[in-house]
Design a protein around this ligand. Structure first.
Ligand SMILES: Cc1cn([C@H]2C[C@H](O)[C@@H](COP(=O)(O)OP(=O)(O)O[C@H]3O[C@H](C)C(=O)[C@H](O)[C@H]3O)O2)c(=O)[nH]c1=O
Length: 185
Protein backbone atom coordinates (compact mmCIF):
# COMPACT_ATOMS: atom_id res chain seq x y z
CA UNK A 1 0.00 0.00 0.00
CA UNK A 2 1.07 3.61 -0.53
CA UNK A 3 0.36 6.08 2.28
CA UNK A 4 0.08 9.76 1.36
CA UNK A 5 -0.40 12.31 4.15
CA UNK A 6 -3.09 14.89 3.47
CA UNK A 7 -3.14 18.56 4.47
CA UNK A 8 -4.99 17.53 7.65
CA UNK A 9 -2.75 16.10 10.36
CA UNK A 10 -3.24 12.36 10.72
CA UNK A 11 -5.49 11.91 7.68
CA UNK A 12 -4.00 9.77 4.91
CA UNK A 13 -4.84 8.63 1.41
CA UNK A 14 -4.07 4.94 1.05
CA UNK A 15 -3.57 3.52 -2.43
CA UNK A 16 -3.22 -0.13 -3.24
CA UNK A 17 -0.06 -1.72 -4.63
CA UNK A 18 -1.73 -4.31 -6.88
CA UNK A 19 -0.17 -7.59 -7.91
CA UNK A 20 -1.45 -8.13 -11.44
CA UNK A 21 -1.49 -11.16 -13.66
CA UNK A 22 -3.58 -12.65 -16.45
CA UNK A 23 -6.49 -13.17 -13.99
CA UNK A 24 -6.64 -9.56 -12.85
CA UNK A 25 -5.21 -8.16 -9.62
CA UNK A 26 -4.79 -8.83 -5.94
CA UNK A 27 -4.04 -6.10 -3.41
CA UNK A 28 -3.86 -5.72 0.33
CA UNK A 29 -6.18 -2.98 1.64
CA UNK A 30 -5.63 -3.17 5.44
CA UNK A 31 -2.60 -4.42 7.38
CA UNK A 32 -2.13 -3.88 11.10
CA UNK A 33 1.69 -3.82 10.92
CA UNK A 34 1.88 -1.62 7.83
CA UNK A 35 -0.65 0.82 9.25
CA UNK A 36 1.24 0.89 12.57
CA UNK A 37 4.49 1.72 10.72
CA UNK A 38 2.73 4.89 9.52
CA UNK A 39 1.33 5.64 12.97
CA UNK A 40 -2.16 4.52 11.96
CA UNK A 41 -4.65 2.16 13.63
CA UNK A 42 -5.21 -0.94 11.54
CA UNK A 43 -7.82 -2.68 13.67
CA UNK A 44 -11.52 -1.90 13.28
CA UNK A 45 -14.50 -3.07 15.30
CA UNK A 46 -17.34 -2.26 12.89
CA UNK A 47 -17.76 -2.26 9.13
CA UNK A 48 -20.68 -0.61 7.39
CA UNK A 49 -21.96 -0.11 3.89
CA UNK A 50 -23.82 2.85 2.40
CA UNK A 51 -25.75 2.37 -0.85
CA UNK A 52 -26.70 5.44 -2.84
CA UNK A 53 -28.87 4.70 -5.89
CA UNK A 54 -28.69 8.28 -7.18
CA UNK A 55 -25.83 10.62 -8.06
CA UNK A 56 -25.93 13.82 -6.02
CA UNK A 57 -26.67 12.08 -2.71
CA UNK A 58 -24.90 13.92 0.11
CA UNK A 59 -24.41 12.32 3.55
CA UNK A 60 -22.71 14.19 6.39
CA UNK A 61 -20.83 15.91 7.75
CA UNK A 62 -20.90 13.52 10.70
CA UNK A 63 -18.81 12.71 13.76
CA UNK A 64 -19.23 11.18 17.20
CA UNK A 65 -18.54 13.21 20.34
CA UNK A 66 -15.94 12.37 22.97
CA UNK A 67 -15.41 9.65 24.23
CA UNK A 68 -16.92 7.85 21.22
CA UNK A 69 -15.02 9.57 18.43
CA UNK A 70 -14.15 7.21 15.59
CA UNK A 71 -11.23 6.53 13.34
CA UNK A 72 -12.74 5.72 9.92
CA UNK A 73 -11.33 3.97 6.88
CA UNK A 74 -13.52 4.74 3.88
CA UNK A 75 -13.47 3.34 0.34
CA UNK A 76 -15.89 3.01 -2.56
CA UNK A 77 -16.75 -0.45 -3.86
CA UNK A 78 -19.07 0.70 -6.68
CA UNK A 79 -19.38 4.08 -8.36
CA UNK A 80 -17.60 7.18 -7.06
CA UNK A 81 -17.89 9.88 -4.41
CA UNK A 82 -16.54 13.34 -3.66
CA UNK A 83 -15.34 12.72 -0.10
CA UNK A 84 -14.68 15.51 2.42
CA UNK A 85 -13.37 15.76 5.97
CA UNK A 86 -13.11 18.62 8.48
CA UNK A 87 -10.61 18.83 11.35
CA UNK A 88 -12.59 19.47 14.57
CA UNK A 89 -9.67 18.97 16.97
CA UNK A 90 -9.36 22.38 18.59
CA UNK A 91 -5.73 21.64 19.54
CA UNK A 92 -4.82 20.70 15.95
CA UNK A 93 -2.78 23.01 13.70
CA UNK A 94 -5.33 22.23 10.98
CA UNK A 95 -8.45 22.90 13.13
CA UNK A 96 -11.34 24.02 10.95
CA UNK A 97 -9.51 23.08 7.77
CA UNK A 98 -10.97 20.71 5.20
CA UNK A 99 -9.67 18.14 2.74
CA UNK A 100 -11.47 16.45 -0.13
CA UNK A 101 -10.69 13.73 -2.64
CA UNK A 102 -12.43 11.43 -5.09
CA UNK A 103 -12.86 7.84 -3.94
CA UNK A 104 -14.08 5.36 -6.53
CA UNK A 105 -14.32 1.69 -7.37
CA UNK A 106 -12.00 2.54 -10.27
CA UNK A 107 -9.19 4.11 -8.20
CA UNK A 108 -9.64 1.75 -5.21
CA UNK A 109 -8.35 4.64 -3.07
CA UNK A 110 -9.04 4.70 0.68
CA UNK A 111 -9.22 7.67 3.04
CA UNK A 112 -8.01 7.15 6.62
CA UNK A 113 -9.82 9.63 8.87
CA UNK A 114 -8.42 10.07 12.39
CA UNK A 115 -10.63 10.61 15.41
CA UNK A 116 -11.78 14.19 15.75
CA UNK A 117 -12.83 14.79 12.18
CA UNK A 118 -16.24 15.22 10.55
CA UNK A 119 -16.82 13.20 7.38
CA UNK A 120 -19.21 13.47 4.48
CA UNK A 121 -19.51 12.53 0.83
CA UNK A 122 -21.53 13.28 -2.28
CA UNK A 123 -22.10 10.46 -4.74
CA UNK A 124 -20.85 11.23 -8.25
CA UNK A 125 -22.55 8.31 -9.95
CA UNK A 126 -25.79 6.39 -9.58
CA UNK A 127 -25.60 3.08 -7.74
CA UNK A 128 -22.62 4.13 -5.57
CA UNK A 129 -21.66 1.96 -2.62
CA UNK A 130 -19.36 3.15 0.18
CA UNK A 131 -17.63 0.79 2.63
CA UNK A 132 -16.60 2.05 6.07
CA UNK A 133 -14.52 0.51 8.80
CA UNK A 134 -14.72 2.13 12.23
CA UNK A 135 -12.42 1.86 15.25
CA UNK A 136 -15.26 2.57 17.71
CA UNK A 137 -18.81 1.22 17.85
CA UNK A 138 -21.64 3.43 16.64
CA UNK A 139 -23.02 5.38 19.60
CA UNK A 140 -26.30 7.04 18.58
CA UNK A 141 -26.39 9.35 21.61
CA UNK A 142 -23.02 10.84 20.67
CA UNK A 143 -23.73 11.17 16.93
CA UNK A 144 -23.33 14.80 15.87
CA UNK A 145 -22.94 16.70 12.64
CA UNK A 146 -21.87 19.85 10.86
CA UNK A 147 -23.60 21.66 7.99
CA UNK A 148 -22.28 20.58 4.61
CA UNK A 149 -22.53 24.09 3.13
CA UNK A 150 -21.00 26.09 5.99
CA UNK A 151 -19.38 29.10 4.30
CA UNK A 152 -16.61 28.95 6.92
CA UNK A 153 -15.60 25.56 5.49
CA UNK A 154 -16.15 26.40 1.82
CA UNK A 155 -16.08 22.75 0.74
CA UNK A 156 -16.28 22.75 -3.09
CA UNK A 157 -19.06 20.17 -3.37
CA UNK A 158 -19.65 19.24 -7.02
CA UNK A 159 -22.58 20.97 -8.67
CA UNK A 160 -25.49 18.65 -9.35
CA UNK A 161 -29.06 18.89 -10.64
CA UNK A 162 -30.65 17.77 -7.38
CA UNK A 163 -28.87 17.13 -4.08
CA UNK A 164 -30.49 14.30 -2.13
CA UNK A 165 -30.05 14.70 1.64
CA UNK A 166 -31.76 13.75 4.89
CA UNK A 167 -33.71 16.42 6.73
CA UNK A 168 -31.32 15.97 9.62
CA UNK A 169 -28.28 16.70 7.50
CA UNK A 170 -29.91 19.79 6.01
CA UNK A 171 -30.39 21.25 9.50
CA UNK A 172 -27.04 20.44 11.13
CA UNK A 173 -25.23 23.29 12.94
CA UNK A 174 -22.49 25.47 11.53
CA UNK A 175 -18.92 25.13 12.81
CA UNK A 176 -19.20 28.17 15.06
CA UNK A 177 -22.43 26.79 16.57
CA UNK A 178 -20.85 23.52 17.76
CA UNK A 179 -20.70 23.05 21.55
CA UNK A 180 -17.58 23.76 23.56
CA UNK A 181 -14.47 21.84 22.54
CA UNK A 182 -14.55 19.65 25.64
CA UNK A 183 -17.67 17.96 24.33
CA UNK A 184 -16.30 17.58 20.83
CA UNK A 185 -14.26 14.96 19.14
C1 LIG B 1 -23.82 5.51 11.04
C2 LIG B 1 -24.77 4.46 11.53
C3 LIG B 1 -26.14 4.61 11.39
N1 LIG B 1 -26.97 3.64 11.87
C4 LIG B 1 -28.40 3.81 11.69
C5 LIG B 1 -28.96 5.11 12.22
C6 LIG B 1 -30.07 5.43 11.27
O1 LIG B 1 -31.26 4.77 11.70
C7 LIG B 1 -29.63 4.83 9.95
C8 LIG B 1 -29.05 5.84 9.02
O2 LIG B 1 -28.12 6.59 9.76
P1 LIG B 1 -27.53 7.92 9.14
O3 LIG B 1 -28.64 8.70 8.49
O4 LIG B 1 -26.72 8.60 10.21
O5 LIG B 1 -26.58 7.33 7.99
P2 LIG B 1 -25.53 8.19 7.16
O6 LIG B 1 -26.07 9.56 6.92
O7 LIG B 1 -25.15 7.35 6.02
O8 LIG B 1 -24.32 8.33 8.16
C9 LIG B 1 -23.01 7.94 7.82
O9 LIG B 1 -22.54 8.82 6.84
C10 LIG B 1 -21.47 9.69 7.16
C11 LIG B 1 -20.92 10.22 5.87
C12 LIG B 1 -20.42 9.03 7.99
O10 LIG B 1 -19.22 9.29 7.87
C13 LIG B 1 -20.84 8.13 9.06
O11 LIG B 1 -20.18 6.89 8.95
C14 LIG B 1 -22.27 7.91 9.15
O12 LIG B 1 -22.73 8.94 9.98
O13 LIG B 1 -28.64 3.84 10.29
C15 LIG B 1 -26.49 2.51 12.47
O14 LIG B 1 -27.28 1.65 12.91
N2 LIG B 1 -25.15 2.35 12.62
C16 LIG B 1 -24.26 3.29 12.17
O15 LIG B 1 -23.04 3.09 12.33
Amino acid sequence: MRFTPTALAGAFLIDIAPVEDERGLFARTVCDDEFARHGLVGRFVQQSVSWNPYAGTLRGLHFQMTPHQEIKLVRVTRGAVFDAIVDLRTDSPTYGKTFHTELSAANRRQLYIPAGMAHGFQSLQADTEVLYQMSTPFNPASARGLRWDDAALAIPWPACRERIMSGRDRSLPLLHQLPAPDSLA
